[in-house]
Design a protein around this ligand. Structure first.
Ligand code: CTP
Length: 412
């Protein structure tokens, strides 16, 4: 199983207004199509100076609309038909001038016209601004943005960095993959709106000396998927990550740690300000009793191997679950087992004192993109069938939201 078709069955009107970032619109179209969407491109006259209709037609596989006077649509009303068919209108790039037109409710060109004529409850409007940093910072632009937001538009980005004009700052259009993910997130149900979620992920690394250490094969993928799914569901998410090479999910605050003790120190003070704690990390149970300041040298072939004394690491999940009820987030534990999943997961539910344990059979799942889970709680065992980790994480988030809404363990 590979990546999920994030936008399967969605029909997107992709609007291009004038700006250098039009060069990213072709790649964006490809990303949306790869993610399962159908894409109808609408361009302003200015956009046509930056990228051709022919390119956009080729990558979207559909004729491009660029005029309200085009006689092709039945009854000649592209501005009505296009938005009635769409699940969303995404304008990328959205220029300063185009945002100003929207703020004023102007309709001089097809794209502005169809944004104005869209059924506002049914067809959301998303804008990916792209402009020079001074244009972005200008009070007129910020005033217009506040207005279009108040009128119901969602603004994605912009990013910051080097700009086509040679300057550096805010105003870069988000990259194609970022916009694809933002659009997919937009469509997710907001099960956790207004909630705060703390997630641990990945392995820990317990140093023996400056070059060696004890760790495990956890890739962090499941925990990062949980953080992403929680953010998509509307939560503010803090992710405490062991040493992994994964990109931070959009909108998630990440704290990198190495050891179990550092993870404990990062989690405990933050736990009380979060509503939910999901412990996906594969925390090392033990660490070397003392770390050697210098690399341990072999004293020649056949010499005695060093004796490694171990001490127990703090149990992060158990410590959070033992907080007084009024301070305790709703806790979810993970159980990676090699056999007897249901029994071991249930034993952990009791031992750690948490309302939900999510079991999975390892080490087969370490590093993979798919998995299957067993949710174990007071009501029984509930399997989530095999799927990619993001799909499972979204299901888990929905399950947590349902349990919090109906459960008893909800002092916060
Ligand atoms: N956990 C934790 N801190 C630890 C050990 C585990 O927070 N020091 C959390 C994990 O993140 C996971 C759950 O506890 O959510 C279960 O972890 P696991 O290692 O499977 O459980 P253990 O209690 O260590 O049991 P065992 O290793 O014997 O299976």
């Amino acid at each position: 199983m590979s990546n999920p078709p994030l936008l399967a069955g969605r029909h997107i009107v992709l609007g291009l207004s004038g700006g250098v970032a039009c060069y990213k619109a072709a790649e964006l179209t490809r990303e949306l199509v790869r993610a399962g969407a159908t894409v109808q491109v609408v361009m302003t006259e200015a956009a046509g100076h930056f990228i051709t209709r022919a390119t956009m037609q080729a990558v979207s596989g559909r004729p491009v609309f660029d005029s309200q006077w085009d006689p092709a649509p039945p009854a000649g009303m592209a501005h009505i038909d296009l938005s009635r068919e769409a699940d969303a209108i995404l304008v990328a790039p959205a220029s300063a001038d185009f945002i100003a037109q929207l703020a004023q409710g102007r309709a001089g060109e097809l794209l502005a016209l169809l944004c104005l004529a869209r059924p506002i409850e049914r067809c959301p409007l998303l804008l990916a601004p792209a402009m020079n940093r001074e244009m972005w910072a200008h009070p007129a632009t910020q005033r217009n943005l506040a207005q279009v937001r108040a009128d119901g538009a969602t603004v994605l980005g912009p990013g910051t960095g080097s700009q086509a004009c040679g300057e550096t700052g805010d105003g870069r259009m988000l990259e194609a993959a970022e916009l694809r993910d933002a659009l997919a997130a937009f469509f997710q149900p907001k099960h956790l709106a207004g909630r705060t979620v703390l997630v641990t992920a990945g392995p820990t690394f317990e140093p023996i000396d400056p070059v060696r250490g004890i760790t495990n094969h956890s890739s962090g993928k499941m925990g990062f998927a949980v953080a992403r799914a929680a953010a998509e569901a509307g939560a503010r998410v803090t992710l405490v990550a062991g040493p992994v090479h994964l990109p931070t999910p959009a909108g998630v605050v990440r704290i990198d740690v190495q050891t179990a003790q550092q993870m404990f120190d990062a989690v405990l003070p933050r736990a009380i300000s979060h509503d939910i704690f999901v412990a996906t990390a594969a925390v090392a149970d033990w660490r070397p009793a003392g770390t050697q300041a210098q690399k341990i040298k072999k004293q020649g072939a056949g010499s005695a191997a060093p004796q490694l004394a171990l001490v127990e690491n703090p149990d992060i999940l158990a410590a959070v679950a033992a907080l007084p009820l009024a301070q305790r987030p709703w806790c979810v534990g993970f159980a990676a087992e090699s056999e007897n999943l249901a029994a071991h997961a249930r034993a952990k539910l009791v031992r750690k004192g948490v309302p939900l344990v999510v079991g999975n059979l390892g080490p087969a799942t370490f590093g993979r993109d798919d998995n299957s889970l067993l949710l174990v709680d007071a009501t029984g065992d509930h399997p989530l069938p095999p799927a990619d980790k993001l799909t499972l994480a979204r299901q888990l988030v929905a399950e947590i939201a349902t349990r919090m809404a109906t459960g008893t363990e909800t002092a916060k």
